[in-house]
Design a protein around this ligand. Structure first.
Ligand SMILES: [Zn+2]
Length: 439
């Protein structure tokens, strides 16, 4: 807070409008008046958001005023309210939640009567990506793997971009289907795997990417071949390339979640998993651009979500979808955006059956997404609403912050990938007709 005040005062001191004298003829506010405003604001804890300063430091954590906090919350309705107040909930316990919040959000949270039990500044857990976690694939290495797969398996694969990010990076899809290539339509049932929607969830890229590698290395086994001969499989390992690049750009993790849109006011990022047109920006999303759960100015305001939307709508053959996130070891299915269970009982049976089977392979806990908290505008609700796709969110390893949170280290990659290959193969096994599970 001291740092923020100092930065604000520095801005005023060097501003050319005030260098010429005390008075700004346009707005008639004197330098002294402005200073006194800052002082008054500070004492009443209503400082303006330091957004303009954040922009100047967009490669570092210096202006990141987020803290990792623990807040008392009795039930999913209180958890939903906290999301709306700008808390980026990461862990849920009976009676409390933990996650990231900026100073402004923390003030809102306490103003609304919630109790913050613990608070640690984000500076205190900055970690090094390249040295400690070199096994993880950055964007370039991910592309190298994808290109390598496409080159080594030209009969079975094609590689294409489904669109560009805010900063102009391609969002790459690997298609595994020997019968149809590129963007040619298919009558085969489709399975769609996507990952790294949220920037800091790097383990998800590993799971999606290495599943592709495993499938193609085992393409001649009977187990895999039957799917290559009958299904249309797409894998998008990085859905948010700008965010991913930003999170590791300096060799220090930034705990970045959103994409890299420049918001009005100078903050960055929209939460892509709140930006889909499914009860958009109702419960569990924030309208504050600085919040980690910011839903964006409108549904599908972001090029990344529009690319996914157009990709899905152009492929009515897609039957199943798996969106990988971290962390908590959960298997989540719609609704995310409503506390009510799915209205269609047949569909609910399919979702529940698949979730239980997924759980058997991974050890993760299956539940309706909104049992955690209600969150509107996510991928899975939209995919189910728009195209009746059986769409799941996995929250991968670890279970708790103590297991490394978003950065659990390279040691967890192998087991997580292996467990999830089994789950992904199970998804392929029902993609021909998910409704067989309800009969
Ligand atoms: Zn996520």
């Amino acid at each position: 807070m001291k740092k923020t005040l100092f930065a604000l005062v520095s801005c005023f001191l060097i501003s050319p409008a005030f260098a010429e004298g005390d008075k700004d003829p346009g707005t008639s506010l004197s330098f002294r008046q402005l200073l006194s405003r800052v002082a008054v604001s500070n004492s009443s804890l209503a400082l303006p958001e330091p957004a303009a300063i954040v922009v100047k430091d967009d490669l570092g954590l210096l202006a990141d005023d987020r803290s990792w906090i623990t807040v008392s919350a009795a039930d999913k309705f209180q958890r939903t309210r906290l999301l709306e107040l700008g808390l980026d909930i990461v862990e849920v316990d009976r009676g409390s939640v933990r996650g990231f919040a900026r100073e402004s959000a923390m003030r809102e949270i306490t103003d609304k009567g919630f109790r913050i039990d613990d608070k640690v500044s984000i500076y205190n857990f900055d970690k090094d990506f390249p040295a400690a976690d070199a096994a993880y694939h950055n964007l370039e290495e991910t592309m190298d793997v994808l290109r390598g797969l496409a080159a080594a398996h030209p009969e079975e694969t094609s590689l294409f971009s489904i669109g560009k990010s805010v900063e102009g990076r391609d969002i790459w899809a690997l298609r595994i289907n020997p019968a149809e290539k590129g963007e040619a339509p298919s009558a085969r049932p489709g399975a769609f795997f996507m990952a790294n929607h949220h920037a800091r969830e790097h383990l998800t890229n590993e799971v999606a990417l290495l599943f592709a590698v495993w499938l193609l290395e085992n393409k001649n086994s009977a187990e895999v071949r039957k799917y290559l001969d009958t299904l249309d499989i797409h894998i998008i390992p990085v859905s948010n390339p700008d965010g991913k690049a930003f999170d590791i750009a300096t060799g220090k993790y930034k705990w970045w979640r959103k994409n890299r849109s420049v918001n009005p006011g100078g903050t960055y990022g929209v939460d892509l998993n709140r930006n889909y047109d499914a009860r958009w920006c109702k419960a569990g999303a924030s309208t504050s651009p600085s919040a980690d759960t910011y839903c964006g100015p409108s549904a599908f305001s972001e090029p990344e979500t529009r690319a996914i939307r157009d990709f899905v709508l152009a492929r009515p053959n897609i039957k199943t979808l798996l969106s990988y996130h971290t962390y908590s070891e959960l298997i989540l299915y719609p609704w995310a955006g409503s506390a009510e269970p799915l209205e269609n009982k047949t569909d609910l049976k399919v979702f529940e059956t698949m979730a239980k089977q997924f759980a058997g392979f991974t050890g993760y806990v299956p539940q309706q997404s909104s049992d955690l908290y209600v969150a509107t505008g996510d991928t899975t609700d939209w995919a189910y609403m728009a195209r009746n796709i059986f769409a799941f969110t996995f929250e991968l390893t670890p279970k708790r912050w103590g297991g490394g949170g978003f950065y659990p280290g390279a040691g967890v990659i192998e087991k997580t990938v292996r467990d999830n290959i089994k789950a992904a193969m199970y998804m392929l096994s029902v993609t021909d007709d998910p409704y067989k599970l309800a009969r």
